[in-house]
Design a binder for this molecule. Structure first.
Ligand code: SF4
Ligand code: SF4
Length: 115
């Protein structure tokens, strides 16, 4: 499943540079499918977003750091464990029960993000 960041986040910023998919953004920051990925042109995501990869998308949180579900592979294909959770000092990077995915599905998502 994807990882999510809870309201316990203290905005330390430690997790953002660790994400291999550039799925983590600071609160209030716009996100893009193309940030840190190979996505170009029209994209249809697993959660049903259709957009140009370079289009700026509305922030998903304005107060704390957030994770874009469509870009989180739980670090599958890169690392043995979620890197955001590994570095977070307050343990607020937790499994997102609303977005449960198998290891195979997460690897498919990695292939979607990176050529
Ligand atoms: S689990 Fe990995 S891919 Fe997902 S947001 Fe955290 S660092 Fe990024
Ligand atoms: S490492 Fe944890 S506390 Fe720091 S910004 Fe990321 S989610 Fe928030």
């Amino acid at each position: 499943m994807a990882i999510k960041i809870t309201d316990e986040c203290i905005n330390c910023g430690a997790c953002e540079p660790e994400c291999p998919n550039n799925a983590i953004y600071e609160g209030g920051q716009e996100w893009r499918f193309s940030d840190g990925t190979d996505l170009k042109g029209g994209v249809t995501s697993k959660t049903g977003i259709f957009a140009d990869a370079d289009d700026a998308q509305e922030p998903l949180d304005y107060d704390v750091y957030y994770i874009v579900t469509d870009k989180c592979t739980e670090c599958k294909g890169f690392h043995e464990e979620p890197q955001c959770a590994a570095v977070c000092p307050v343990d607020c990077c937790v499994p997102d029960e609303d977005h449960v995915e198998t290891g195979e599905e997460l690897l498919e998502k990695k292939a979607f993000l990176h050529l």
